[in-house]
Structure formats: C-alpha cells, structure tokens
Write a protein that binds this ligand. Structure first.
Ligand code: ATP
Length: 236
C-alpha cells in the first residue's frame, strides 16, 4: 500500500484549471520528486494534498485513509508535513519559537526538547541564533529552520516546495545533504523542484508536470538518461 496516493486530482482557481486530473503515489521510504516549468501547477498540487486548497475532483489518501477534505491541522497529525515555498517562517518570532510551532500538536515535551537540541547540533547556526528573530537568518538558514520545524511534527512524509530556490550553491548542497539524512532515517520525501537534475539525482523516482498534467514518470535513473527530459529540464 502506498503512503501517499493521489488519484485524478483537479484544482481550479475560478475558471483557471491549474491541476487537471493528476494521479501519483509515494511509497513508504521512497524519495520522489516532481519537476516542471514555472506555472505547471506544482505548488497548487502540493497545497491541495495538504488541505490548503479544496480539490474540484479526485482524492488524496495518506497512510490508508482519505484526507481529501480534511483540514491541514488534522493532516499534519497523521504524519504529513509541508515545507512551503518561500519557507513560511515567522520572521518576528525567534528561531526557538518557530521550531516550537512545528511541535504544537505534540504532548511529549521531553522528546520535543531532545529533538530540538539535536536540531541545534545538526544546524549549528540555528543553535547559535535560537533566541534571535528568525527574520535575521540568511535565506539558507531560514530554509533549514523550515525543514527543522516540519521535522518536529515527526512526519512520515515530508513535502518540500522548491527548497533550493534563491539559495547559493553551497547552501543548496547542504539542504540536499540534509534531505538525504532525513530519508536515511526512514522519512519519505516528496520534493517539488525546478532544479530538475539535482532533484532527480537525490530521488528514487520522478514525475514530470506540464500545464496541470503529469506528462512523464519513471525511475530517477531513467529520467536522467532521457534526452527529452535533458533537453526540456536540464538547461545548458
Ligand atoms: P512555480 O514554480 O512558478 O511556483 P508551479 O508549477 O508551482 O509554478 P502553480 O503556482 O501551481 O505552478 O500555478 C499553476 C497555475 O495556477 C498558473 O497558471 C498560475 O498562474 C495559477 N495560479 C496559481 N495561484 C493562483 C491564484 N492564487 N489565483 C489564480 N491563479 C493562480
């Protein structure tokens, strides 16, 4: 059984059909990416999966139950966490307060403290700046914070919307190293990325989205070797 199962999902903004009947799945332990040009509908699809936008039709199942019309806070409790485009950091709150938001639904305070400390060790800069407003962090540090916050909800599946956007190459590398670590600990990953090569190199499988539809799918290795994919998505 798949961990995430999306079937024939459609989402519209008024009469703009942004997502037009998309089906995809993520199995337990898998790393899957979704690549596609600007405006293909990737962000809209993610938002519909996590209950931030209502689908016009279709269904979303997670861990064996329908989450199609569930509110986001319930979806998070089931183990599906999202790192949104633009990170969604609360810039006036401190780093520590932002992390605490990720754990708001948990009652196991001691474990939360322990995991927060582990987070500070992993991301030293966050530890050093735990009492500073998150808005003072660099873009890359804010991305780390957004990932750390999502992890504190103890997700089974982490959805990420363009984590490399606007970051220096060194920072991008660090983010993707972190994603590899997270996956190695058993968290499944569904990654939306415009940096198609990097995304495929870090994932097991990929989907290609264009104009609201899935237009291609396969193992990462197959897609990386596909000349049509290379020409359309790998740039120069
Ligand atoms: P990007 O990488 O630029 O974020 P994307 O693949 O994530 O692109 P979406 O942001 O999902 O694409 O947009 C899909 C389509 O829906 C686009 O045509 C976009 O203009 C439209 N759209 C997105 N958000 C809205 C909105 N709030 N209201 C109306 N149309 C929207």
């Amino acid at each position: 059984m798949s961990l995430l199962f999306v079937e024939n999902l459609a989402v519209s903004y008024g009469n703009i059909k942004a997502v037009r009947g998309v089906s995809l799945k993520v199995d337990e332990g898998e790393r899957v990416c979704l690549i596609g040009a600007n405006g293909a509908g990737k962000t809209t699809l993610l938002k519909a999966i996590v209950g931030m936008l209502p689908p016009a039709k279709g269904s979303v199942h997670f861990a064996g139950q329908s989450i199609t019309h569930k509110p986001s806070f319930q979806i998070v409790r089931l183990g599906l966490a999202m790192v949104p485009e633009g990170r969604g950091i609360f810039s006036r709150l401190t780093v520590a307060e932002n992390l605490a938001m990720g754990a708001y639904a948990r009652r196991d305070d001691a474990a939360v403290r322990q995991e927060t400390d582990a987070m500070y060790q992993r991301f030293e800069r966050l530890g050093e700046r735990r009492n500073q407003p998150a808005g003072q962090l660099s873009g890359g540090e804010q991305q780390m914070l957004a990932i750390g916050r999502a992890l504190l909800s103890r997700p089974r599946l982490l959805l990420l919307d363009e984590p490399s956007m606007g970051l220096a190459p060194m920072m991008v590398e660090k983010i993707f190293d972190t994603l590899r670590d997270i996956a190695a600990r058993g968290v499944s990953i569904f990654l939306v990325e415009q940096n198609a090569r990097l995304a495929l190199e870090s994932c097991d499988r990929g989907y290609i989205m264009a104009s609201g539809n899935i237009t291609g799918a396969g193992t990462a290795a197959t897609l990386i070797d596909d000349p049509a994919v290379q020409e359309a998505y790998f740039g120069a």
